[in-house]
Write a protein that binds this ligand. Structure first.
Ligand code: IMP
Length: 429
């Protein structure tokens, strides 16, 4: 298969950056198709660590990076990130980065509204990144969003800002937040316009040409299936669809073009932000996983909640996300634990179920049903073949494969790019 899509199979931060970086060396172009700068992808290349939020990871490998129409783009964040990675020596030019001219922009009032609403929610806050993702997608669906192409038309910007600010200033004022002045926003957008427009084009056309030339496309998902606005733990989700089907609509290609779907899951589970997490650990093991796994948000620095691998949830992600092969990351973090647990279902008010229910009350009530496995005493860190893994670690991987009903395609055993066991090449599948 020529193309591959990579999506998260849990609640994000599964180590997609490393996998995408690894696959990017086999691809010709890397496409982001949903989310925005709420994502955080860490790539370790030699002594250099790149932290990307909005830019497609392929840029690190000198591959063409494309930001599709399904992404919400904060122009300030985009330009700041470009400047930051350029300072680290990466080449980002209009030749190496293309941005969909029909992608929606995140403007300062989106972040302001996101944060003001979170504050107003109090204990019931979602734990958003506060970067305006939700409000920007709301504007897109409500047909009042400002898009990249609008930057080329000052009159369009002027008219659209009237409607946009009428809406946002009313909401902000009702939450007791400062409102925005149209002329200030407009003047800044006109300043940013040429800087952004140099990257803009109808990317669907370029992707179509690349496909005709037989080029390999890697679709880089952000967040993860359990944060999908339809299939995730709603309302504790992000505001885009994160399932692989979105790669098509968010890039402007047909569903058949998406290719092989690779789901990434950690060998345990983490989550940032609020919301249900049945296999969460509140004990020393949870603390240990957090410390060893350096479980802090790439972007926000927030500590991640940690727990046992939830096979029931990942199985659900496999089904709704269209995952055909699984990548298991951070297996080495479990090294030396005498006993491991895998969640295989939930007890909800005395009944055992094998899916995470949609209703928030039932989700909150879900108690994990565990299968217990022996751990391993040897080290799996840096393993590059099955032969390098302790026998019990192989059993753990094989059991996960059975429970989630997807074959394990890759196993990642350290942050280093080459510390990876490839079971099969997804591009060849
Ligand atoms: P938002 O995407 O900023 O609206 O946040 C909604 C939810 O998604 C919150 O729980 C965030 O913590 C979570 N989230 C958003 N982006 C990421 C990510 O890249 N990794 C993990 N969680 C994320």
């Amino acid at each position: 298969m020529a193309n591959v899509a990579v999506i998260g199979a849990q609640w994000g931060d599964e180590g997609k950056g490393k996998v995408v970086d690894w696959l990017a060396s086999r691809a010709d172009v890397v496409v982001r198709y949903q989310g925005g700068h709420n994502a955080g992808h860490t790539l370790v290349v030699g002594t250099e660590t790149y932290k990307l939020a909005l830019l497609p990871s392929g840029l690190v490998r000198g591959k063409l990076g494309v930001i599709g129409n399904g992404v919400v783009i904060d122009p300030e964040a985009l330009l700041a990130e470009i400047a930051r990675v350029r300072a680290q020596g990466l080449i980002v030019t209009p030749e190496t980065l293309r941005i969909a001219d029909n992608a929606v922009l995140i403007l300062p009032m989106h972040g302001a509204l996101d944060r003001a609403r979170e504050e107003a929610r109090g204990d019931r806050k979602i734990g958003t990144t506060g970067r305006g993702i939700g409000p920007a997608y709301e504007d897109k669906v409500a047909r009042r969003a400002i898009r990249v192409c609008d930057l080329a038309e000052p009159e369009t910007l002027d008219t659209k800002l009237d409607e946009l600010l009428r809406h946002h200033n009313t909401l902000l004022a009702s939450l007791g937040s400062p409102i925005f002045d149209k002329q200030t926003v407009l003047a800044r957008l006109l300043e940013l316009a040429p800087l952004v427009l140099q990257y803009a084009e109808p990317v669907w056309e370029r992707l179509d040409t690349l496909r005709k030339e037989g080029k390999r496309i890697l679709f880089e998902g952000a967040q993860a299936v359990m944060l999908d606005v339809d299939h995730g733990t709603y309302p504790y989700v992000t505001s885009s669809n994160t399932v692989a089907a979105t790669a098509a609509s968010g890039a402007g290609v047909g569903p058949h073009a998406v290719g092989f779907v690779l789901g990434i899951a950690k060998a345990y589970t983490t989550r940032v932000g609020s919301g249900p997490f049945p296999s969460e650990l509140h004990d020393d093991i949870g603390k240990l996983l957090g410390e060893r796994g350096q479980e802090f948000g790439t972007n926000t620095g927030r500590p991640r909640r940690c727990g046992w691998f939830d096979a029931c949830m990942v199985r659900q992600a496999v089904k709704v996300g269209g995952i055909q092969g699984l990548v298991l990351t951070k297996l080495d973090i479990l090294d030396g634990l005498p006993e491991l647990r895998i969640c295989t279902g939930y007890r909800i008010n005395g009944t055992v179920v094998h899916h995470l229910p949609a209703a928030p009350g039932a989700q909150a009530a879900a108690e994990p049903n565990y299968e217990i496995m022996e751990g391993w005493s040897g080290s799996s860190r840096g393993a590059r073949s099955w032969a390098d893994l302790p026998a019990q670690a192989i059993k753990y991987v094989r059991r996960i494969e059975e429970l989630v009903e997807a074959p394990v395609t890759l196993v990642s055993t350290s942050p280093e790019r080459d510390d990876t066991i490839m079971v099969r090449d997804p591009f060849e599948d």
